[in-house]
Design a protein around this ligand. Structure first.
Ligand code: ATP
Ligand code: MG
Length: 496
């Protein structure tokens, strides 16, 4: 056997051995080496206690309460900068289904392997260093992980129900590994997942999200969603998606809302589109079940884009996605229904769409449209219309170089408005500016002093309420509404 192991990792193992401690490569990296895949990270298990590891490697940090020491290397490569080295451990008692209550160090590598989640992850690699550099390798495999690797099977080490009860994140890890590796989950393991699914409620949302994102980023993401559904896990952390199961659409669609969504994701994932496009593909019609009116071929989903946007904002916030990712996904979802007709759509409405969805997102909006079409059962992803749209977008983007929707674009400012309308500084002036901005985005020819002055005067005649309404309509991107809501909430809390 020959394995390609980075010298930084070999050096650490050799050093530990020279100090008379057993040390092995363990877990996912051994699995990946056997599968001839590049490991994502390298983990070492050793007999040495954390203090002993630190004594041998002064350049190290005791990372957590579970016996893991991060050893710093001089590598420039991200996943080699710190190598996690963990003292042999056995399973402590879990009361929170997350972290063992206390760590019990183990004496042997076999004991350490028995606390690991799945047989294919309960593997260790022993290295005997030889003078002639022809190192000898031996796989330690007490739970027949190599056989399961060959048979492409995910199976827990020991009794599946007990193992999921100890740590419910394993429920998600099973599905994630199955789609990442394209393996099947063994029957007893799968039944246990279905039975224990509700334990997932005890897991921190960001840990669930990490596994979910890994599933979404595989080419088999859609199969992952179906598997999560079948495993009863989807309703634990994404009940919104379950709402679309069996919800029929109208005469324009052959699939139910749920099927349409996973099929859209399937297209996005197989084409290696970004995480945001994949999420938007999976979520874009979430609001349909809640907005459905009527049944059968003539049912409608009025305003479902807005409902979907709200739901996506809520669920991504709940799963602790970062702000940047949330913003991008909700913009895509908000505008996924844009209408384009080569004969009718004007340049200014394309400009407006570009400014609302963002220059940096407009091509991804087109990718979402492809996914939406294929997910509806249309045979062609890029029909003439969409290609035509992209052609015009490119042309308009060139004309718009450097432009961002900002009040600075207006050929009039707040002071000038106050002068001609006799208004005092305040929200009314702001509202007028916002409305004017929206108008010139629609029609750049209106960005001319005379017109803006006349329009500002007209607007200043409106009542506060009318102005506010108009401004809301003009800014009716869900993002702005959210910002307002957030600020109102903040104010409320300050008062209390
Ligand atoms: P990846 O390829 O994403 O790194 P991995 O299987 O290596 O997948 P890690 O999170 O790197 O996952 O964990 C390394 C090893 O630690 C696993 O292979 C497994 O042996 C063990 N492990 C990780 N999480 C758990 C868990 N929740 N319960 C039991 N063992 C675990
Ligand atoms: Mg790993």
């Amino acid at each position: 056997m020959k394995f390609n192991i980075p010298v930084e990792v070999l050096t650490i193992i050799q050093q530990l051995q020279k100090n008379n401690f057993e040390a092995y490569l363990v877990g996912g990296c051994v699995r990946d080496l056997l599968l001839k895949k590049e490991p994502k990270d390298w983990d070492i298990a050793t007999q040495a206690k954390p203090e002993e590891i630190q004594r041998i490697f002064p350049e190290s940090i005791y990372e957590n309460a579970f016996g893991t020491v991060g050893i710093k290397t001089s590598s420039e490569q991200e996943n080699l900068k710190i190598i996690e080295t963990t003292t042999f451990r056995k399973e402590g008692k879990y009361t929170d289904k997350r972290h063992p209550d206390y760590v019990v160090f183990a004496e042997t590598i076999e004991e350490d392997l028995s606390r690991r989640d799945f047989t294919i992850n309960a593997l260790a690699l022993k290295i005997d260093f030889q003078e002639n550099l022809k190192n000898r390798f031996q796989i330690i495999d007490p739970f027949n992980g190599q056989k399961d690797l060959r048979d492409k099977i995910i199976r827990t080490v020991g009794n599946p129900e007990e193992r999921f009860q100890e740590d419910a994140l394993r429920l998600m890890r099973a599905i994630r590994l199955a789609v990442e590796l394209n393996f099947k989950i063994e029957e007893k393991t799968f039944s246990a997942i279905q039975k224990m699914a509700s334990l997932l409620q005890q897991i921190a949302p960001e840990r669930i999200r990490d596994e979910f994102v890994k599933i979404i980023l595989t080419p088999l993401a859609a199969e992952g969603i179906l598997l999560l559904h079948e495993a009863n896990l989807l309703k634990q952390f994404l009940p919104e998606l379950e709402e679309g199961v069996g919800v029929g659409q109208n005469k324009h669609h052959v699939y139910s809302v749920f099927e349409h969504l996973w099929r859209s994701l399937d297209y996005a994932a197989r084409n290696n589109y970004s995480l945001e496009v994949r999420l938007a593909a999976l979520f874009h019609d979430l609001g349909k079940p809640r907005t459905k009116e009527g049944e059968g071929p003539n049912s409608t989903f009025y305003n479902h884009e807005m409902e979907s946007t709200k739901m996506v904002y809520n669920l991504m916030t709940r799963l602790r996605f970062d702000k940047k990712t949330i913003k991008k996904v909700i913009k895509l979802v908000r505008y996924h229904g844009f209408v384009y007709d080569p004969e009718i759509t004007t340049d200014s409405s394309i400009r407006r769409l570009i400014l609302k969805v963002g220059k940096e997102n407009i091509f991804e909006l087109a990718k979402l449209r492809e996914a939406d079409r294929i997910g509806s059962g249309c045979p062609k992803a890029k029909p003439f219309r969409l290609r035509h749209f992209l052609f015009r977008v490119e042309k308009i983007l060139k004309e718009m170089a450097g432009e961002q929707p900002s009040l600075k674009m207006l050929k009039i400012n707040g002071n000038e408005i106050m002068k001609i309308t006799n208004l005092q500084p305040g929200p009314k002036v702001g509202a007028i500016l916002n409305i004017l901005l929206e108008e010139i985005l629609d029609d750049p020819l209106k960005n001319e002093k005379k017109y803006l002055e006349k329009r500002a005067k007209e607007l200043s005649q409106l009542s506060d309420k009318e102005l506010e309404e108009k401004q809301k309509m003009a800014k009716e991107t869900y993002l702005d509404l959210l910002k307002e809501e957030e600020e109102q909430l903040k104010k409320k809390h300050q008062v209390v």
